[in-house]
Ligand binder design. Structure first.
Ligand code: SAM
Length: 232
């Protein structure tokens, strides 16, 4: 049975009636064809038919970013979801402009984008945390690629290619993108002291945070991610 916004969407937005066919996913059991067997004002019942796609593995790609203003944040959440991010982590940096983060709205945006791009998992949205707590909790075995717009980083493609040798398919990677005002010198010094943090360069132009995040995710998917599947 489906409840809440999803049931409202089927019943009142799409106005689907019993007998209508839909595709369902829950992030664990793959995609299933189903027939609506009944609905009430707040629920929708189904008869499951067949599994139409097996469950894809949960993406091991984390994007940590300084929260952005509303429109840019929506754009970032939606596009990162389409690019296969597994977890979205808002991190509060010294120059973060906005501390008002609506996690429910971000999660709903991620859910909507996941449905639209037909992925079978929805990115998790973590509670915002200070940068130092985020890096303290980050597993030392997993690389954290930090966007460095000052030119002090390694070319991202070279860094990922060098790292990819011997990488297990489920290795967890993270990208860390700073705020509009960039990371402070203190933050850069603290991050440089961590062996698993790697400064990476996304070219000679200063990208907006959302652009940098999506460019980094694109490089990762093209080199190490599931885009390779399309070339088989
Ligand atoms: N002060 C500028 C601004 O207000 O747009 C630069 C900050 S930039 C928008 C925010 C973040 O994007 C940076 O902290 C960095 O993580 C990332 N970024 C931007 N351009 C980049 C580049 N060419 N290479 C690597 N990272 C970049």
């Amino acid at each position: 049975m489906l409840e809440g916004n999803a049931a409202h969407y089927l019943n009142n937005v799409l106005r689907l009636k019993p007998g209508a066919h839909v595709l369902l996913f829950n992030g664990r059991d793959g995609e299933w064809s189903a027939e609506i067997s009944g609905s009430s004002r707040k629920t929708c019942d189904f008869i499951l038919k067949t599994q139409t796609r097996p469950q894809e593995p949960r993406q091991s790609l984390t994007l940590a970013f300084a929260p952005l203003k509303k429109t840019a944040m929506h754009f970032l959440v939606e596009k990162a979801t389409e690019l296969g991010v597994g977890t979205l982590c808002p991190v509060i940096t010294e120059r973060t402009e906005t501390n008002r983060i609506n996690l429910d709205r971000m999660q709903a945006q991620a859910q909507e984008a996941a449905e639209q791009c037909e992925r079978l998992t929805v990115p998790g949205v973590e509670t915002a945390q200070p940068l130092d707590e985020f890096v303290k909790a980050w597993p030392e075995t997993d690389p954290l690629w930090m966007g460095d717009e000052t030119g002090g980083g390694e070319n991202l493609i070279n860094a990922l290619q060098a790292h990819s040798t011997g990488m297990t398919p489920t290795a967890r990677h993270g990208f860390l993108i700073g705020p509009e005002g960039g990371f402070t010198a203190n933050e850069l010094a603290s991050l440089d002291a961590l062996h698993f943090v790697n400064r990476v360069d996304l070219g000679p132009r200063i990208l907006r945070a959302e652009t940098a995040a999506l460019a980094a995710l694109t490089c990762w998917q093209a080199l190490l991610g599931d885009w390779q599947r399309l070339n088989q």
